[in-house]
Design a protein around this ligand. Structure first.
Ligand code: BDR
Ligand code: CA
Length: 303
């Protein structure tokens, strides 16, 4: 499956990228970085580190937006550490980011593709919104946007907002109003797929990739009673196991201002939307299947 990944690695982004780069199911055409968990310089560097770690220098990494469209940039280094990928000593990076900025790189990749491509976005949607503003005609080359972000049931940075949408709500609004097919994998899914300590222990035994991912996840400060939510990895899981995620079509609205800034509101009773929907929203997940798949994928990396 050909893919473009737009992300802010970030520990859970790193696990998602590791799987996408190593699972033969996926053909990663491009990785673009955005400011989010840490600065865009660091998220770009982290993507390069992973591409080198997995010896995938054929995959271009392009640097994207350094800040949200309108809001001030606030990172999440309290969760992901100052570097965004602590817990493992990566060798110094030897190759460079692509000379194109993220928007130009995505645009050209879509233009050159023989079929419309899936874009998976696991950071703030600043790069994607900018692409749609600069090149609205490119929509016909986008098959779907699979987005980590949002929530119908309470937030993780405010009582209503999830981090990726909250970081750049103006970008999220543009994306949700784009008319493109959207799959929303938000907290309603990701907080139900916690990676428990047994899974984490198993990863540690799976060669250098397992050691690396175990190191990162051990550091990761996003923790609940039953384990850690590897939010972004759920998007990759969805692509190969859509049957393991319960979904429903809803009209979803993004709140950009005030105390509900960054909230994603689904018009579940169709009071405002004339029967129209704009997103397939993830509501539940088979957490056991997710944990088993994760171990399987890391085994494959180590083989
Ligand atoms: C999202 O916020 C980031 O910190 C994670 O990488 C994930 O994309 C979860 O709310
Ligand atoms: Ca992320």
């Amino acid at each position: 499956m050909p893919l473009i990944l737009d992300m802010d690695p970030g520990i859970d982004d790193a696990v998602a990228l590791a799987i996408a780069l190593t699972d033969p199911e996926f053909e990663v055409k491009l990785v673009t970085a955005v400011a989010g968990n840490v600065s865009v310089d660091k998220t770009t560097l982290n993507a390069l580190k992973l591409v080198e770690f997995f010896n995938r220098l054929d995959v271009p990494v392009a640097r994207g937006a350094a800040k949200p469209l309108q809001k001030e940039f606030v990172d999440a280094s309290y969760i992901h550490g100052a570097s965004g990928m602590p817990g493992y000593e990566f060798p110094a990076v030897t190759h460079q980011a692509d000379s194109r900025d993220a928007v130009s790189a995505i645009y050209q990749t879509l233009l050159n593709a023989s079929e419309p491509l899936t874009i998976v976005a696991t950071g703030a949607y600043t790069n994607i919104a900018q692409l749609l503003l600069d090149h609205p005609e490119i929509k016909s080359k986008i098959k779907q946007l699979v987005l980590m972000g949002g929530s119908l049931s309470g937030g993780n940075v405010s009582s209503v907002a999830e981090f990726n949408v909250f970081t750049d709500p103006d970008a999220a609004k543009i994306v949700y109003e784009s008319g493109l097919p959207i799959v929303m994998i938000g907290l309603d899914v990701t907080l139900k797929a916690l990676v428990n300590s047994e899974t984490l222990e198993q990863l540690a035994k799976l060669g250098e990739p397992g050691k690396m991912l175990h190191g990162l996840i051990t550091y990761y400060k996003d923790e609940y009673a039953g384990g850690k939510p590897l939010h972004d990895v759920n998007t990759i899981f969805y692509l190969v196991h859509p049957e393991a995620i319960k979904t429903k079509k809803y009209p979803v609205y993004v709140c950009t201002q005030g105390p509900a800034q960054g909230a994603t509101i689904a018009d579940t009773q169709n009071r405002w939307s004339n029967g129209k929907t704009n997103a397939l929203v993830g509501l539940d997940i088979d957490a056991t299947a997710f944990n088993q798949w994760l171990i399987e994928k890391v085994k494959q990396m180590a083989a």
